[in-house]
Design a protein around this ligand. Sequence first.
Ligand SMILES: Nc1ncnc2c1ncn2[C@@H]1O[C@H](COP(=O)(O)OP(=O)(O)OP(=O)(O)O)[C@@H](O)[C@H]1O
Ligand SMILES: [Mg+2]
Length: 316
Amino acid sequence: MPEQRKKLLEVKHLKQYFGSGKDMVKAVDDITFDIYEGETFGLVGESGSGKTTTGRSVIHLYEPTDGQIIFDGKDVSKLKTKEDKLKFCRDMQMIFQDPYASLNPRMTVEDIIAEGLDIHGLASSKEDRRQKVEDLLETVGLNRDHASRYPHEFSGGQRQRIGIARALAVEPRFIIADEPISALDVSIQAQVVNLLKELQEEKGLTYLFIAHDLSMVKYISDRIGVMHFGRLLEVGPADDVYTKPLHDYTASLISAVPVPDPEFERNRKQIIYDASVEKDVEGKPAKLREITPGHFVRCREDEVEMYQKRAAEYEK
Ligand SMILES: Nc1ncnc2c1ncn2[C@@H]1O[C@H](COP(=O)(O)OP(=O)(O)OP(=O)(O)O)[C@@H](O)[C@H]1O
Ligand SMILES: [Mg+2]
């Protein structure tokens, strides 16, 4: 069970605010979750809910407004030595949504993929560098002779494979994939997801997988967190969250997943979630509370019983 596994990432009461005064945006507003070594944690939510900000905070592109990011037992804001900082840069890598914008058009594929090798001094010679790049190309399903080409010579799916090879080059332990397939044709989305899954098994990688589409996240994730207005509303095993959602907002996301059946579509009643119910009642703070083992919902103490009943309904 994941609970016995090692926690590779711990996000504790993370707040990430931008701006100040009345222009302040609370992009992430007190979220807490863990990711276990070797698992995929899927983060879903509508546009603007704070998913990318969470990813960027985790990889320490921002200094948290409040709270902590603990990676492999160390607070990433408190890494002191150059050695520790470099190790963190190597251990954690990111794959981006837009494979067109994220690859420098003036660099060859070899130079793009080898950037990390150069930074961390992982290639012993020019030949070794080339060899490593070609091996990486093969690992992600591209040809070895693609190394001397430029990004514009590749399709979206191939570019995303180059992005994955670049991330893999430094042998990371943790990869943040921020909507890695949403810019790709539907026909090749599954190929890229399957590649990520295979690589995970082969290399024991841990993923934070960010997406809008709950059905895809369910397919790749072990556990899912549902974000809304900078908060986590529900966290649990992927199957539980998808088939037995506890929070109304999660249910509304699931009911928004298009189903390729016109009859079903016509008869389906889409659940609209009313965000106003979320406001804290004075003196009764809402926070993630465990309703069934490993399945948490953001609620007040006095709502727990209602959610327990809801969970029990699913078992009937
Ligand atoms: N650097 C920034 N400065 C100011 N506001 C920001 C910044 N980055 C994000 N925001 C704001 O924070 C909120 C969350 O944005 P974020 O990009 O994290 O959402 P998201 O869930 O990734 O959305 P999407 O699904 O569209 O990618 C938004 O209101 C956004 O405008
Ligand atoms: Mg985003």
